[in-house]
Design a protein around this ligand. Structure first.
Ligand SMILES: Cc1ncc(COP(=O)(O)O)c(C=O)c1O
Length: 358
């Protein structure tokens, strides 16, 4: 009988609720207005010849390297950050090795690590989801071969300082340290390039969020040249499709589209946090394009009430430390207005009262 490897048989599954996502999608931290119109024009101009050829990554990698002010050998374009995570696990993890993550966090670290037969060591975030630096340092062993940190973190929006990342890299020179900066644009701080001092550091970025290209699947993994050479050996030369490669230069050229979007999201994020404060709802200050808050027992009725009003939000109550929590993606101003209207109606329907109004 056909049997998957033991590691695969025991794999946790990641089944994001993808079906029936009609409405305002504030559930997956996607861009809520879409990519630059110039990207769509480029996509529509694709020729049969372009589609017939195997995709060529190199020229676009040169452009991305220029955009990030790094050398081409310091990066690899990947099929989303998801593939970057997968490649790091395939490159560095053997069965029985340890992959260290701080939970709650993005699910794919654990799934890709576990598929190799490595053990996942989960370190619980400190109070208020603060980064547990001391606990992470204490959890590093000779078997630690991967440490994955989302910065800002999903689903909490919490961040970790560059100094803490440096001390982790220094304490685990035998481990690949991945700093996943998928939400970089909404935060603005980076450790890109710090691998020149810390050669075990990798930094990942995505074009799925601020750039609005989640459907094209484009990410970039960066690191020191010798480390990236190891990872590149594992990658297919055709990991990115031609449509993605054709569109990426156009997306990079339309900086304004990204900066306008990010500016609106940052304002919306402050407004939502203010609103949650006004309702005395527990939330965690976020540096991503989303906010996590605790609805407690009202969580499920709240999510249902929002869905009835055409707004999708994401239940995170199954994440460690997140009982009764929901995460809401932030969109542009007009969408924040819609969000607030639905929020107020839903609070009313589930019987939540604003403190002043009690
Ligand atoms: C922290 C983090 N990393 C990576 C990803 C996935 O990125 P990509 O679409 O580039 O695979 C997500 C998506 O939600 C995320 O939250």
């Amino acid at each position: 009988m056909l049997k998957a490897r033991a590691a695969v048989q025991n794999l946790p599954t990641y089944d994001p609720p993808l079906a029936g996502r009609d409405g305002l999608r504030l559930d997956f931290n996607e861009n809520t207005v879409g990519c630059s119109a110039r990207v769509i024009a480029r996509l529509q101009s694709m020729t049969a010849e372009e589609v017939a050829r195997y995709p060529e990554r190199e020229a676009v990698e040169v452009l991305v390297a220029e955009h990030l002010c790094i050398c081409r050998d310091e990066l690899l374009l990947t099929n989303g950050v998801d593939e970057g995570i997968h490649l790091l696990c395939e490159t560095f993890l053997e069965p029985g090795d340890e992959a260290l993550i701080v939970v709650p966090t993005f699910s794919m670290y654990e799934i890709s690590a576990a598929a190799t037969g490595a053990r996942t060591i989960r370190v619980l975030a400190d109070d208020d989801f603060r980064f547990p630096l001391d606990k992470v340092l204490l959890s590093i062993t000779q078997r630690t071969r991967l440490i994955a940190i989302a910065n800002p973190n999903n689903p909490t929006g919490a961040v970790v300082e560059g100094r803490a990342i440096e001390s982790i890299c220094a304490a685990a020179p035998h481990a690949a340290v991945l700093v996943d900066e998928a939400y970089y644009h909404f935060y603005g701080q980076t450790v890109l390039g710090a691998w020149r001092e810390r050669p075990n550091l990798f930094v990942a970025r995505t074009f799925s969020k601020a750039y609005g290209l989640a459907g094209l699947r484009i990410g970039v993994l960066t690191g020191a040249c010798p480390a990236m050479a190891m990872v590149r050996k594992v990658s297919s030369p055709y990991n990115l499709n031609s449509v993605a490669l054709a569109c990426l230069p156009t997306a990079l050229a339309d900086d304004e589209h990204v900066s306008n979007y990010v500016a609106e999201v940052r304002i919306g994020r402050e407004r939502l946090q203010e609103e949650l404060r006004a309702w005395a709802i527990e939330y965690w200050p976020s540096q991503g394009n989303f906010v996590l808050f605790r609805g407690g027992e009202l969580n499920q009725p709240f999510i249902r009430a929002m869905r009835q009003r055409g707004i999708l939000v994401r239940d995170r109550s199954a994440d460690p430390g997140c009982a009764g929590c929901v995460r809401i993606t932030i969109g542009v101003a007009e969408q924040t207005e819609r969000l607030f209207a639905a929020l107020h109606e839903s609070f009313d329907e589930i019987g939540l009262k604003q403190p002043e109004a009690v």
